[in-house]
Design a protein around this ligand. Structure first.
Ligand code: FAD
Ligand code: MLT
Ligand code: ZN
Length: 481
């Protein structure tokens, strides 16, 4: 096929034509207007550039284009829904990095209700995977605010967590097998759906959490679970951070299999959601400084979740831990409560500039994390508004900071690394992690040395060099330069 389009300066001569010959014109995007949404990240932290975005329709096409790019020494950035919170899926500013978008590879290849597995291509949207499982009477439990855009490849590449980690684990725990294209174009065919398979190094896990630096995930075999037959959602206003933890323990001690999600939200965060999101409303009478969202679910049709919820909330009310609570009486009310939680990222964006610290600590230390970080952040930037929220049940709090009202957003964002360092100091003291579920991407590479330096980072570099000796796979992400 003749190469008639204008040649981006940064691609070697003839390469665009060769890529188009493999993918067809639908698979190669070079128009700057069409490229624009894919060269920046969801948070708008980075504005990159690319000569082209490639959209293979299947694994063979992807393998062929990776071979061509590798031979020409062209760096590649795998991309799914581009919802990364750490700039992982966007190319850098050099204009040399080609985007490999998986969005056309969106087939559910297989769903087996006896094995309780689903094999989905990397470009399947998370919500579509959940829907496919539900249509077969099963559950794919991974759930997060970006599930309408994030892809199976993306959630595995970042080892995403989200709301149900407390019960079902992170994306890694939901993966049984993987298919990936290696940086030289070879296909790694590991789509086994076995619960037991001890056959040497568990290479499939290398691609999970690697954020596209070791190869491109093309499909995965995922675990399914029995669907929920009864569920119950409540919002509780609680007296303090400690009371939130006590409430979690009450539910866990009573029936840990029932807790599908246990989320914490601050009064400041809820105020911002109520201000910024149309139709959001508080189901309890009084505003509070702390709230918990409790989501119980069971596959047993006779499980008395409403009774469980009432009994635990009543005991916590008597103990002075819960101040007020509302139990959803319909699916619409349950969704309205979840909306208060899920709109936190969007509401914060609308409120002004904010800096995210996606951190984790042992669950027992969550109250101390929230208190100490909030105090330290207020002292660092007077007038700034700490907005801690998130997955309390698994120890992952988004220790986000909203700019002071009236402050220049750019001046606030310029303090981003000071702000993250301030939170990280507390996190280190509490034996936590500086990145819980969003990954490292481009944003946190500078933190790797001090948190993972020595043997751990050295091993990571050796693995990277073994699989990607030219350093072409998502350069500038995860590993510090
Ligand atoms: P992208 O953003 O496209 O890519 C993310 C990283 O994975 C990049 O490094 C990219 O190179 C790599 N990658 C993408 N696809 C592949 C592939 N097929 N093979 C190899 N590498 C690949 N995250 C959570 O964990 N929990 C949450 O609760 C959560 N909530 C969010 C809420 C909102 C509103 C938003 C915008 C984001 C949220 N995120 C959350 C972050 C984000 O959704 C996740 O990181 C998600 O896993 C990214 O999926 P994606 O398809 O958009 O990947
Ligand atoms: C969420 O759980 O909503 C996101 O991971 C958090 C964020 O936006 O910081
Ligand atoms: Zn989260």
């Amino acid at each position: 096929m003749p190469d008639t389009s204008p040649l981006p300066v940064s691609l070697p001569p003839g390469l665009l034509g060769a890529l188009t010959a493999v993918l067809g014109p639908k698979g190669v995007i070079t128009d700057p207007a069409d490229l624009a949404p894919w060269t920046t990240d969801w948070r708008g932290l980075y504005q990159g550039a690319t000569p082209c975005l490639l959209r293979p329709a299947n694994t063979n096409e992807l393998s062929a284009v990776v071979r061509l790019l590798a031979r020409a020494g062209v760096p590649m950035v795998p991309q799914g829904g581009n919802t990364s919170m750490v700039g992982g899926g966007a190319p850098d500013e050099s204009g040399r990095q080609v985007i490999l978008s998986l969005t056309r590879m969106n087939r559910i290849r297989d769903l087996d209700p006896i094995d309780m597995t689903m094999t989905a291509e990397a470009g399947v949207i998370l919500k579509s995977a959940q829907d496919a499982a539900a249509a077969a009477g099963a559950l794919f439990p991974l759930s997060l605010g970006a599930e309408g855009s994030a892809t199976i490849g993306g959630v595995l590449a970042t080892n995403a967590g989200g709301n149900t980690t407390v019960r079902y684990g992170n994306a890694r725990e939901l993966m049984l097998g993987i298919e990936a294209v290696l940086p030289d174009g070879q296909v790694f065919s590991g789509l086994r759906r076995l619960r037991k398979d001890n056959t040497g190094y568990a290479l499939k896990h290398l691609f999970v959490g690697a954020e596209g630096t070791l190869g491109i995930i093309t499909a995965a075999t995922l675990r399914l679970f029995p669907r929920a037959r009864v569920q119950c959602v409540a919002l509780a206003a609680v007296a303090s951070e400690d009371a939130a933890l006590s409430l979690f323990r009450r539910f866990r001690d009573r029936d840990d299999t029932a807790v599908r999600a246990f989320e914490y939200m601050s009064g400041t965060g809820i105020d911002i959601v109520l201000r910024q999101i149309d139709g959001a409303s508080l189901p309890v009478a009084e505003r509070a400084d702390h709230y918990c969202l409790i989501d119980l679910a069971s596959s047993r049709p006779d499980a008395d979740l409403q009774g469980l919820l009432e009994a635990v909330l009543e005991a916590a009310l008597e103990a002075g831990e819960v101040v007020d609570a509302a139990i959803a009486q319909s699916e619409a009310q349950a969704q309205a409560i979840w909306r208060l939680r899920e709109e936190h990222p969007e509401a914060q964006k609308r409120e002004g500039a904010s800096v995210k610290s996606d951190v984790s600590v042992p669950v027992s230390k969550v109250p101390e994390l929230i208190r100490r970080s909030s105090d330290a952040l207020r002292a660092l930037i007077p007038g700034s508004r700490p907005v801690p929220f998130g997955h309390m049940g698994d120890g992952n709090i988004h220790m986000n900071l909203e700019q002071p009202e009236g402050m220049d957003p750019a001046a606030f964002l310029a303090r981003g690394h000071d702000i993250m360092d301030t939170v990280n100091e507390v996190v280190r003291d509490l034996e936590g992690s500086f990145s819980a579920e969003h990954g490292i991407g481009r944003l946190k590479t500078d933190m790797m040395d001090s948190w993972r330096g020595g043997a751990e980072l050295d091993a990571m570099r050796r693995i990277k060099a073994a699989l990607d000796p030219q350093g072409l796979m998502n350069p500038g992400k995860v590993l510090p330069g």
